[in-house]
Write a protein that binds this ligand. Sequence first.
Ligand SMILES: C[S@@+](CC[C@H](N)C(=O)[O-])C[C@H]1O[C@@H](n2cnc3c(N)ncnc32)[C@H](O)[C@@H]1O
Length: 279
Amino acid sequence: MLVVDPPYNLNKAYGNTDFKQMSADGYRAFTENWIVAVKRLMKNTATVYVCCDWKSSLIIGSVLQKYFNVQNRITWQREKGRGAARNWKNSMEDIWFATMSPKTFTFNIDDVKMRRKVIAPYKIDGKPKDWVESDSGNFRDTYPSNFWDDISIPYWSMPENTDHPAQKPEKLIAKLILASSNPGDVVFDPFLGSGTTAVAAKKLGRHYVGIECEVEYCALAQKRLEMADDDAEIQGYSDGVFWERNTLALQQKAKAKSRVSSSGQQSLRFDAPEQDAAL
Ligand SMILES: C[S@@+](CC[C@H](N)C(=O)[O-])C[C@H]1O[C@@H](n2cnc3c(N)ncnc32)[C@H](O)[C@@H]1O
């Protein structure tokens, strides 16, 4: 599979390279150029995800449609964004999901469920309906939608944070990799930056290949890959599910419980409901 996070059509400095905003036609040609090059490497069952801001998305979406089967567009609400005096603040990004084949592709829905706190704990005959009561709280494991509001951009106190000006969160890339590849598959990112795709792939037992033109960013990626040998944690993903924002304390509590459980002292079972009524 491919995870691609190309320079958006904005003036931006990436280390020693200044990416200069282009005309729409120029950016279309730039996009078509790398899409044609990477498509040659893809298997008939492969998937490609492409990240973009709303403006680049207008072009990237239409180029993807020309070469692939577009399956969906994910909206990531990344929260942080620069305020604008005469426009709405940009606080979302698109991630296009496209496949080589219209029907034959990997999609592991059970590997990307989202654990949500239950606000209205509905019971039937005294038993929870599609949610689970535990010592850590009441939760429901839900099917993920194409609107992602559980992921913040890496901030200074997170171990994954680097000086790269457009670094993606590992949690975001992990969702894509878990959904659309299997352990042992190859994940390729032709605009690797600080290495997020390769690091998430390594932590999740996939092979990885990346290309990055800035030597300094290659060094960041290399360092992060080495750090992954000692710490394979992906912030916001534990117990086989993705957690809502601001639930670190709950995640730690659940983790501590399952550690006790695996040492045989106490047992906490968290069975996801078979079907989610909130689909
Ligand atoms: C949006 S960033 C990718 C960030 C990456 N996903 C991460 O998490 O660190 C795009 C990367 O493409 C690289 N790049 C490759 N070709 C480029 C080009 N022609 N112009 C500008 N940047 C280019 C930049 O150096 C930059 O690191």
